[in-house]
Ligand binder design. Structure first.
Ligand code: A3P
Length: 303
């Protein structure tokens, strides 16, 4: 195991970077999970709209019911493969949506399983990732950290590995019959259209009523408010239980509760110039052009 010292702290397991507080054995076992014919995988690079799509799929598969107040059922129905591992998957309710940040070539494969992929432009991913990791590692965002993370990001030394390898591996499967590919930008531009296409891909009949419910419950404002409420409720319970022992800071309670707190942040596209320097932007443009030279048309996903 090779611990990378610079920000962010990651461990390399089976060639993939993972946050240093994840369980390496569970992660390894996740790679060995045998995909089943009714599996639905949500394959997304971190900070590219995973949670947004998770809520869309959860609502679509639950007849338009909003996710529950505590979000316990929501987490149970959308397990995170890398954290539940092979054993955890055995106890899952079916059907469920299996969330993963593994690149497509590392995701367990079954020819009848479904694979839903969301991609996002690298600059917004980078900015979102930076804010997310500074929260995870409890560091006040600052320019030095931002610049250190820029180097880590362009070199792929970040949790879940290299952005471009991930994109490449998804791109290679974009035309497969069991693969659905969309982008964060597409979802921002015309969410109802993306929902219609997903419902068709999932063979679920989509009434106007169902579409309306999905659009409402997956809207940024609704998610932001509901995730926050669910977080606060869980934080209060956990802190009350901890009070006799050693109180934890509210943001260190459980990974799930942490997710409730940090997964819905700003929800915009193209806001990177407010934090990224012109030089960094140009460097990333150059890397993007080089690394996507064999993916003609990929940039159209990010318009
Ligand atoms: P920002 O940090 O740019 O705001 P992931 O779930 O893959 O970690 O992605 C997180 C990003 O998706 C965050 O981006 C978050 O705010 C955004 N997001 C989550 N829910 C959203 C929604 N309903 N509409 C738009 N963006 C959303």
């Amino acid at each position: 195991m090779n611990a990378v010292e610079s920000f962010p702290k990651i461990n390399i397991i089976e060639g993939i970077g993972i946050p240093d507080f994840w369980d390496a054995e569970i992660f390894r076992s996740a790679l060995n999970y045998k995909a089943q014919s009714d599996d639905i995988f949500l394959v997304v690079y971190p900070k590219s709209g995973t949670t947004w799509m998770q809520v869309i799929l959860y609502t679509l598969m639950n007849n338009g019911e909003a996710f529950d107040n505590s979000m316990g059922e929501y987490f149970a129905r959308t397990p995170f493969l890398e954290l539940v591992g092979e054993r955890g998957m055995k106890n899952m309710h079916r059907p469920c949506v299996i969330k993963t940040h593994l690149s497509f070539d590392r995701v367990p494969y079954h020819k009848n399983a479904k694979y839903i992929c969301v991609v996002r432009n690298p600059k917004d991913v980078y900015v979102s990732f930076y804010y997310f990791l500074s929260k995870i590692f409890n560091i006040q965002p600052n320019q030095t950290l931002f610049d250190t993370f820029f180097e880590a990001f362009i070199n792929g030394n970040v949790p879940s590995g290299d952005y471009f390898e991930h994109l490449h591996s998804t791109w290679q499967h974009k035309d497969d019959a069991n693969v659905f590919l969309t982008s964060y930008e597409d979802m921002k531009r015309d969410l109802p259209e993306v929902i219609r296409r997903i419902a068709q891909f999932m063979n679920i009949e989509l009434s106007n009523n169902l579409l309306e419910h999905i659009a409402t419950y997956s809207s940024f404002n609704y998610m932001k408010e509901r995730f926050h409420k669910a977080y606060m409720a869980q934080a209060r319970i956990a802190l009350a239980n901890e009070a006799l022992d050693e109180p934890l800071p509210a943001d260190r309670i459980t990974l799930q509760n942490f997710n409730r707190r940090v997964m819905v942040r700003e929800g915009t596209t193209g806001n990177w110039p407010s934090v990224m320097s012109e030089k960094q932007s140009q460097r990333l443009d150059k890397i993007f052009a080089e690394k996507t030279a064999d993916m003609p048309g990929v940039d159209k996903l990010f318009l």
